[in-house]
Design a protein around this ligand. Structure first.
Ligand SMILES: [Zn+2]
Length: 494
């Protein structure tokens, strides 16, 4: 099977993508019981008879989770069902204590929506087929092997703390017609979806912690022909991996089809290390799950007035919000994109709210702080707070710090030495504006460089640089160079 380049693959085949995204809701308690949902607790300490599926226990649906799901549906322009039911999805897996998952099947809570995403300056509409509510599984850990997979492991442990945490599944319709931009569209969609859900405040949507997980479907067809067989790549856990998984699956499928073979419908796993996908189990179909309506839960019939109320209270969409900020901050598309890529939008917004100008707020976060975050591989937001950056800029605006001194103060703030004012005082960095001290330093400089002083007196203003340098040195760089220059010229009558 001859490998194809991405460009060759796209020349011969058209990709159709689809995305299934799972979002763990940030409710205080689980979906059908009162167990807490905190991340990182000791294994198997957040469990009870209901989420362990013990005989005789009965579930009760979590109202906050239903409300969050409806809000997600509304934010994705869905129709909210007036009648909806939970269903049992039967499968047998050690991390499923009940041997069925309480999910939704043919009567989901939200249907027929869409989300517009921006790709290279163009809008692409991704249609949403359904948004439904279900519960998460537990977590299995395979120990003793090199890869953390079951192969080669000496023992497997299961933690049920996550079992029963409310999970929202968002399924797109197939997205055809994106051509070579399919990987970018997939990434842009997951990014936008994450931002929408974060704006709603119903989940922390952190891919690295698994509170947002993505399955990527890809199929290829020859131009003008029917859609091909799709594969589903499971649990792709970063935005970058979403893009890479689509790209590598397009190249793999194109090579298979080119050699005359067929694509097998299966689930695959994306490897962060190799950047390609590997086969997993062959894909179950709906009949394998023997869905049937959950007999222990009453149907959901959201009140139309309640839904209308939730809709009226939705926040502005992140895309429109960004557009508004871009205009207010006076940024080009390119500059706005840099801010987005750096994850600095909210930080800059908060810095402006704390009193800084848009230019100053952007300068600090996208300059000194972004550089430091890059160098140390840390999150921008963990370096300092918008309030501190605004306080630093205030000291510059008041003339207490020059830009250069402010950068040194910022170093101290990032190192945890205190507020900008505290660092400035502790390190003695305040601009020397005391005219008496400056005059003394200027007199000394003139006395030490009589020949230079004569040149300046004679009209050679450029020669004053030597004197300015001497004064700056004497004040350890803490004088404002412009003021020093004016004072020297005034003194020498030039
Ligand atoms: Zn429980």
């Amino acid at each position: 099977m001859a490998p194809l380049s991405y460009e060759q693959a796209i020349e011969r085949y058209e990709p159709v993508i689809g995305l299934e995204t799972h979002v763990e809701l940030g409710t205080r308690t689980k979906m059908f019981c009162a167990c807490p949902t905190d991340f990182g607790a000791e294994p198997n300490t957040q469990v009870c008879p209901v989420c362990l599926g013990l005989p005789g226990s009965l579930p009760v649906a979590n109202r906050a989770a239903i409300e969050a799901t409806i809000r997600i549906g509304l934010a994705l322009n869905c129709t909210i069902a007036s009648w909806s039911r939970f269903a049992r999805k039967n499968y047998f897996y050690p991390d499923m204590p009940k041997d069925f998952q309480t999910s939704q099947y043919d009567e989901p809570l939200c249907v027929d929506g869409w989300l517009d995403v921006e790709v290279e300056g163009e809008l692409v509409r991704v249609e949403i087929e359904r948004v439904h509510l279900e519960e998460d599984t537990g977590k299995t850990l395979h120990l003793g092997g090199a890869t953390g997979r079951i192969h080669g492991a000496t023992e497997s442990l299961v933690d049920y703390n996550r079992a029963g945490i409310p999970l929202v599944e968002i399924v797109t319709r197939p997205v055809p017609g994106t051509g070579s931009r399919a990987p970018l569209v997939a990434r842009a969609y997951v990014t936008e979806l994450r931002d929408v859900i974060r704006t709603l405040g119903v989940s922390d949507v952190r891919m690295e912690q698994g509170s947002l997980r993505c399955d990527v479907n890809v199929s290829l067809n020859r131009p003008g022909q029917e859609w091909g067989t799709r594969t589903e790549t499971k649990n792709v856990n970063s935005l970058r991996s979403v893009e890479r998984a689509v790209r590598s699956e397009i190249m793999r499928q194109a090579a298979v089809l080119d050699s005359g073979d067929r694509i097998v419908q299966e689930t695959r796993h994306f490897s962060e290390d190799t950047g390609d996908t590997r086969p997993g189990r062959s894909k179950e179909t709906a009949t394998d799950y023997r869905y049937f309506p959950e007999p222990d839960l009453v149907p959901l019939a959201p009140d139309a007035a309640w839904v209308a109320e939730l809709k009226a209270a939705l926040p502005e969409s992140p895309r429109l919000h960004r557009r508004r900020l871009q205009e207010a901050w006076g940024l080009s598309d390119h500059d706005m994109q840099s801010v987005l890529n750096a994850g600095a939008v909210e930080l800059i917004e908060a810095t402006i709210a704390a009193g800084a100008s848009p230019d100053a707020a952007r300068k600090w976060w996208m300059g000194e702080l972004a550089r430091r975050a890059n160098e140390t591989g840390t999150e921008l937001s963990s370096l300092t707070s918008p309030e501190q950056v605004a306080a630093l800029q205030r000291l510059v605006d008041e003339g207490k710090l020059t830009d250069k001194l402010a950068r040194t103060v910022l170093e101290g703030v990032v190192a945890g030495e205190g507020t900008p004012a505290e660092v400035m005082a502790a390190r003695g960095l305040e601009v020397v504006s005391d005219t008496g001290a400056l005059t003394a330093a200027i007199d000394e400089a003139i006395a030490a460089n009589p020949a230079v002083a004569d040149k300046v007196r004679g009209g050679q203003v450029a020669a004053a640089g030597v004197l300015i340098g001497a004064v700056m040195k004497a004040t350890k760089g803490q004088a404002d160079a412009k003021t020093v220059r004016e004072l020297i010229l005034g003194r020498l009558g030039s």
